[in-house]
Ligand binder design. Structure first.
Ligand code: ATP
Ligand code: MG
Length: 602
């Protein structure tokens, strides 16, 4: 028996996979122990060997909904852990004493689960909060002070900025840099005990004020801020800086590969400096985690900044975080994207070390490739124009058919999926009055136009061949009806039906059984391909036509569509039944996920 995994094509390699494979080969992390929960060296040393071959983590700040860039990071971190016998931790980076919003926390957990990943492994839930490590972070800071590796700086913020120097000029030592260890320890405790005002002092690492890397010029590691923390309440009036907290969070959790975006590259020397010092002091287990940077996802025609996406929601530019135009995970979901299509997208874009823009069509392409082999087909007319078959009644009468309610109707059918006969067939009626697309008729056909115009024949897909005879117009000259005559013995699927050849085939639905629906035609959220990169305010770059709502007629098989169910509307693209339960004004709502072909690059 072959395990399914053996049949899967090998995943394309990338620099992160190479690093992990090298570490596994060399047994870099083979000696590490894990005592079931995050903790310091003494804690883990009592534990059994770490059952996870590698540990990665996804560490969002719970201050908004996740977007497609986070989805890339989730697929990457959870995907690597899955592929290499590891575990990926779900960590809320809540070291900022802001009010934690339960709405955001819940939505983040939902998004990760929906994307198909889990932080449960080896019987443990690896769901952590960075604020649970505040005690250790404080202890580690005292250790640094005692080791002469940190000092309390009481310069004004302005002096501190000035004395940091810049790219061309080395910094200048703070006058507080040479205080004794005892004095520093006392001052640091004073900070902790609330004896200093907010902003009156910071704790800084003592590294090198002349370092060419400005991040190594004695970075601040603790600041004073009187704020209530959702987890620790008023216990602390000092809080660790992100650059100090993050490496410690990784170390306590036994993370092996700490993957972050490129803007943290300049922080890596401090990451290593800090963890080297704490490991030397025996505070954290060794070997300590290593940081690796990859290029963040920039996707054309959208923005990926939680703060700016929040502004679109707060100021009413979109209907909410889950507006189907939003690049949030909930927005993509409501738009009709599936977890598989997003995973496929993440795999296709891969990971690189240089920033670039990924074309939105790559995301749509992944969706089409995922849905095409699976989803039911249906006919829908999005811009309806009435077509009247003038000889229909007469022909049906002559053939001896019976009328129902004064109407003659004929049964037609089509495969639910052209390549999967097991999905069965769908049925619909053909009658005297049908709906066709307005664009399928031209009074004066442009060159190469094969659809309806006076004197031309077309096939109504899965129905009959008709010949256009003219139109009826209202007093303004607008066409209200297209008139046509049925060509006898041309019904699809009946013997000899293909004797009459036509160049054009059009889709349609019968007035008798079509279902009215609201269809939301979503387009690019922004009208420029790289929004928010120039001097223009990103709000001015919004596409005013990103949503067009039409009343459509769809075939009866769609009447029972369940929320979230996806379809291919023949010729039109991929659509999803919106989760609005009973539709709008009793009409079912369908959202366009993507067109049949790429229209983004054009
Ligand atoms: P934002 O600026 O949108 O708030 P962030 O990076 O501050 O994004 P976090 O919540 O801190 O958001 O991010 C959690 C994780 O997601 C981080 O590890 C970060 O590297 C990753 N991430 C965020 N944005 C992107 C992106 N566009 N592409 C890839 N990874 C991303
Ligand atoms: Mg952030």
């Amino acid at each position: 028996m072959t395990a399914p995994a053996d049949k899967e094509p090998p995943k394309p390699s990338n620099f992160l996979r190479q690093v992990i494979e090298r570490d596994l080969e060399q047994g870099t992390y083979a000696q590490r122990r894990w005592d079931g929960q995050p903790g310091d060296a003494a804690h883990h040393d009592q534990g059994p060997p770490d059952p996870a071959k590698i540990r990665t983590r996804f560490p969002p700040e719970p201050n908004g909904y996740l977007h497609v860039g986070h989805a890339k990071s989730i697929c990457l971190n959870f995907g690597l852990a899955r592929d290499y016998g590891g575990v990926c931790h779900m960590r809320f980076d809540d070291t900022n004493p802001e009010k934690e919003d339960k709405e955001y926390v819940d939505s983040i957990l939902d998004a990760v689960r929906w994307l198909g990943f889990s932080w449960e492994a080896n019987g443990t839930s690896h769901l952590y909060h960075a604020s649970d490590y505040f005690d250790f972070m404080y202890r580690a800071a005292e250790y640094l002070v005692e080791a002469g590796l940190a000092y309390v700086d009481e310069q004004s913020a302005e002096d501190m900025r000035h004395n940091r120097g810049d790219f061309g000029n080395p910094g200048t030592d703070s006058p507080f840099r040479s205080r004794s260890i005892d004095e520093n320890l006392q001052r640091f405790r004073d900070m902790r005990d609330g004896k200093l005002e907010d902003g009156a002092a910071v704790l800084r690492a003592r590294i090198d004020m002349a370092s060419p890397n400005i991040n190594m010029r004695d970075p601040a590691i603790y600041r004073i801020r009187r704020a209530t923390h959702h987890n620790t309440g008023d216990k602390w009036c000092i809080y660790p800086m992100y650059t100090y907290a993050h490496p410690i969070e990784d170390a306590l959790e036994n993370i092996t590969h700490s993957i972050c975006t490129l803007e943290f590259e300049d922080q890596r020397p401090f990451y290593d400096w800090l963890l080297d010092k704490l490991a030397e002091g025996g505070l954290i287990s060794q070997p300590h985690p290593r940081q690796y940077e990859f290029a963040r996802l920039n996707l054309t025609y959208v923005i990926t900044s939680k703060r700016k996406l929040k502004q679109l929601v707060d100021d009413g530019y979109v209907s909410g975080w889950d507006d189907p135009r939003m690049p949030t995970v909930v927005g993509l979901r409501r738009r009709g994207y599936t977890p598989e299509s997003i995973q496929l997208f993440a795999e296709r874009i891969g990971v690189t070390k240089s920033d670039s823009w990924i074309d939105y069509s790559t995301l749509e392409g992944a969706l089409r490739d995922e849905l095409d082999p699976k989803v039911p087909r249906a006919m829908a007319v999005l811009d309806p124009l009435k077509l009247v078959i003038t000889n229909w009644d007469e022909m049906m009468e002559n053939a001896g058919h019976a009328a129902y309610d004064g109407r003659y109707l004929d049964d037609c059918s089509a495969p639910v999926h052209p390549h999967i006969p097991e999905m069965g067939r769908r049925s619909f009626k053909f009658g005297r009055e049908l709906w066709i697309e307005r664009s399928d008729y031209e009074e004066v056909p442009p060159k190469g136009y094969n659809r309806l115009y006076p004197g031309n024949r077309v096939r109504l897909k899965y129905g009959h061949v008709i010949e256009c005879t003219g139109t009826i117009q209202d007093e303004t000259g607008a066409i209200t009806d297209v008139l046509a005559e049925l060509v006898p013995d041309t019904k699809s699927g009946t013997p000899g039906s293909d004797k009459v050849k036509t160049k054009g085939v059009i889709t349609w639905v019968a007035a008798a059984d079509a279902v009215k629906a609201q269809v939301r035609l979503y387009d690019r959220l922004f009208s420029v391909s790289q929004p928010d990169t120039g001097d223009v305010d990103f709000l001015e770059e919004l596409n005013p036509n990103s949503l067009r709502i039409v009343t459509a007629y769809v075939e009866p098989s769609l009447a029972g569509a369940k929320a979230d169910e996806k379809f291919q509307f023949e010729r039109h693209g991929y659509f999803v039944a919106d989760r609005v339960e009973h539709g709008v004004d009793g009409k079912r709502v369908f959202n366009r996920v993507a067109g049949m072909k790429d229209s983004w690059g054009k």
